[in-house]
Design a protein. Structure first.
Length: 119
């Protein structure tokens, strides 16, 4: 399952349509708190995560997951290329750090490469 957490409903919808067009299953959440409540912790999950969101932001979600010893591969997507966001990506070992608007092929290639590696 590919989880998408982004406060922009148009971004969520766009990612879901892109993933569906490639036969990839996804679930979308407009906030980190909803993701936490719903995540089923499957070892084959991937998280596409926005950094800047109201409430719990993306870096705080990654910190929360680490403290709970919950691990999943993460692709960070952000509209703001900031040092703090890049450092967050490095600190938590994300698969990728992508700037919005995200290139569809780049995102799909990262996901497919990861899926090939684990299978």
């Amino acid at each position: 399952m590919i989880y998408i957490v982004d406060d922009d409903k148009y971004v969520l919808r766009g990612f879901q349509l892109l993933l569906r067009s490639e036969g990839l299953e996804s679930t979308a959440f407009e906030c980190a708190e909803e993701f936490i409540k719903s995540w089923d912790q499957d070892e084959n999950d991937i998280l596409i995560l926005d950094i800047h969101m109201p409430g719990m932001d993306g870096c705080h979600l990654l910190e929360y997951l680490e403290k709970k010893n919950l691990h999943l591969p993460v692709i960070i997507v952000t509209s703001y290329d900031e040092l703090e966001s890049r450092n967050c990506s490095i600190k938590y070992g994300t698969l990728a750090y992508l700037l919005k608007p995200v290139e569809s092929e780049e995102l799909l290639n990262i996901i497919k490469q990861y899926l090939i590696r684990i299978n």
